[in-house]
Design a protein around this ligand. Structure first.
Ligand SMILES: [Fe+2]
Length: 334
């Protein structure tokens, strides 16, 4: 990672999220030893702790509680993502806002541009208005690669990630409207050019997922499919196979090249489901928690599977006679 790129990303995030009276804990791994923290955050109360570089899944680190006391913001400059690390979840439960940066690459700045914020906010509002508000219902996802998936989602659980300092934190770049399904059935296909969570990243050969009762029951494909299977097996938890997210990408930024899934999942017109942890996409306040087989859980793994060019239609529980098409072959029609 070039020092200048890293500096630009940290400055962009500072502009988006930091308040003048924040007390910041930086958690830095060996890969980002050169982060110019002192230079950018002179004048802010902050502390830096170093952790080793760790691989996922089962990615975790331990922090002494004394580091967390009195801090308002935790800033991970480390290859660990919010959703893979129980320690990060603990910090959020502690009430700190968490910024995580899993794999900073040159495509980040196009997404972090503060000008994208307003566009994301408007897009999120437009979608919610079109489907009838924060309401329960069913999504139908189709694509000409054999994707044909039904998902059911609860009421009062949409999460808008639009570059604002709200909620529990952000996974670096912003720009999605997310919720969690409690039921899903069908086939979801990733094609070359689609993305999945690191280390898979850009999909090179087709991966075909068969989903029943909200669980991935079959993974077909070549070597990347095998990697995906191994990631889930390593989690050593039956909940790891459960779908923990459904989201729409809403950020208008267009990087000249997409390096990482964490960027791909924000791009306008893309969609993703995630296999594993739903605790980041299912809010404690959701009145329909009892519909979820495992409730709100952390499975130690959360693998985003991002598709472009899908068509998405929503059928509200209250207005089953009026299906609303949101995306047609990857283009918003609302
Ligand atoms: Fe997401």
């Amino acid at each position: 990672m070039k020092r200048e790129e890293l500096k630009a990303v940290l400055k962009a995030q500072k502009e988006l999220y930091v308040k003048p009276d924040d007390r910041i804990l930086f958690v830095v791994d060996e890969g980002y030893k050169n982060a110019p923290i002192g230079e950018i955050f002179a004048g802010y109360e902050h502390q830096i702790v170093h952790i080793p570089q760790i691989e996922r899944p089962g990615q975790d680190y331990e922090l002494n509680k004394k580091f967390l006391e009195n801090k308002t913001l935790a800033w991970l400059i480390a290859s660990v993502s919010i959703s893979h690390s129980p320690m990060s979840v603990k910090m959020m439960e502690w009430g700190m806002f968490l910024i995580s940066n899993p794999g900073i690459s040159p495509d980040w700045l196009a997404i972090l541009d503060p000008q994208n914020r307003e566009v994301c906010r408007e897009r999120a509002e437009t979608i919610l208005k079109a489907i009838g508000g924060d309401i329960g219902g069913a999504f139908m996802i189709n694509a000409n690669d054999g994707t044909n998936l039904w998902l059911k989602i609860p009421s009062k659980n949409w999460i808008k990630e639009t570059g604002e300092r709200e909620g529990f934190g952000t996974n670096g770049p912003y720009g999605e409207l997310a919720t969690a399904p409690f039921w899903a059935k069908g086939t979801y296909v990733l094609r070359p050019g689609d993305f999945a969570t690191n280390p898979l990243n850009e999909i090179k050969e087709e991966i075909r997922l068969t989903i029943e009762e909200n669980q991935v029951v079959k993974i077909e494909g070549e070597s990347q499919a095998k990697t995906l299977q191994e990631m889930l097996e390593k989690a050593g938890n039956p909940k790891a196979y459960s779908l923990g997210e459904f989201a729409l990408g809403i950020n208008p930024g267009r990087p000249s090249r997409v390096y990482r899934s964490v960027i791909a999942e924000k791009l306008k017109g893309g969609i993703h489901i995630a296999i594993g942890t739903n605790a980041l996409c299912l809010q404690e306040t959701c009145p329909e928690l009892d519909k979820f087989q495992y409730g709100r859980y952390n499975a130690g793994v959360h693998i985003d599977c991002i598709k472009f060019s899908a068509s998405v239609t929503f059928i509200s529980r209250e207005r089953t006679d009026v299906p609303v098409t949101i995306l047609k072959k990857g283009e918003f029609v609302v």
